[in-house]
Design a protein around this ligand. Structure first.
Ligand SMILES: [Zn+2]
Ligand SMILES: [Zn+2]
Length: 292
């Protein structure tokens, strides 16, 4: 068991935002990968960053690819039709993820390649593609042991925990902390909600690295409550409570410029330092790699 590395290929939420103000952190939507020295390899989410990841591969070689999808919103699956390895015979692509109440995982993913949306027919996908619809579960992929957990989002959405050689890496897709919908306060309901949130704190407990949706600032949250996303405040609190070692803000709000992200990071790093929390904080940046 040697090194374990994570690379970001798309760090943005909701919609790609190319342009001068997003050049440093990047404008592609959700996609990251984890690789081990033993050759274990998993891609998380298939936003537009997946296209860039595909370009980084040596396509003269055959690849055995595993993609874990958090949920099938556009910003998490839109890169699949533009992922070159799916057109090359001999490649194998296994896609794991949840379905929705209306559709299976396979119907959702092949649906976005229907002729009305996309010019290539599914028969032109030369790679061997398999679909694995999962819920909250645990399974292995090579030397990686994976646990998935249900998150709070308008559609079924999963977070993933990877165990490898005593290390743990966690990727949480889109997620909003549960809250008490009864504004006038209902004691029992408050406790119920707190238990639901505690379940996620338990899941991320002691993680070596946590990458999580932190789309909004606390000042933006009230008008977006119920949309299924966390604030920077929520995730810093959760990481501190759970004793996470490294936290990465991810799924950045599309309107957020590079300078905004720098300012946010600075603000929270100062707060963490002032309070003496043993947490290392970063904002995910496209094409950045870190060791676990
Ligand atoms: Zn999203
Ligand atoms: Zn979503």
């Amino acid at each position: 068991m040697g090194w374990l590395k994570v690379t970001f290929w798309g760090v943005r939420g909701s919609i790609p935002v190319p342009g001068p103000s997003t050049m440093r952190y990047g404008g592609n939507t959700s996609c990251l990968e984890i690789r081990s020295e033993d050759g274990d390899w998993i891609i998380f989410d298939a936003g537009t960053g997946l296209r860039v990841l595909g370009e980084s591969l040596d396509l003269s070689k055959k690849h055995d690819i595993t993609i874990l999808i958090s949920h099938p919103h556009w910003d998490h699956i839109n890169g699949i039709p533009f992922f070159t390895p799916i057109y090359i015979p001999g490649n194998r692509v296994a896609i794991y993820g949840p379905g929705t109440v209306e559709m299976s995982l396979e119907d959702i993913l092949s649906g976005q390649m229907k002729y009305s949306y996309f010019p290539v027919r599914t028969v032109e996908l030369q790679a061997e593609i398999s679909y694995h619809q999962i819920e909250q579960d645990s399974f292995t992929i090579g030397n990686f042991t994976i646990e998935s957990i249900t998150l709070n989002h308008p559609v079924a959405c999963l977070g993933y925990k990877v165990h490898y050689g005593g290390k743990t890496f966690i990727y949480l897709g889109d997620n909003e902390p549960y809250y008490n919908v009864y504004k006038d306060g209902d004691g029992e309901m408050g406790e119920f909600v707190e238990n639901l949130n505690r379940r996620l704190v338990e899941f991320v407990k002691g993680a070596d690295a946590l990458v999580t949706d932190s789309q909004y600032l606390p000042s933006e949250y009230e008008s977006k409550r119920g949309w299924g996303h966390s604030t920077t405040h929520h995730v810093v609190n959760m990481a501190v409570r759970a004793g996470v070692k490294k936290l990465f803000f991810f799924h950045h709000e599309p309107l957020r410029s590079d300078d905004d992200l720098d300012d946010i990071l600075l603000h929270y790093r100062q707060m963490i330092q002032d309070r003496g929390f043993p947490l290392e904080l970063h904002a995910a940046m496209e094409k950045q790699t870190f060791d676990i």
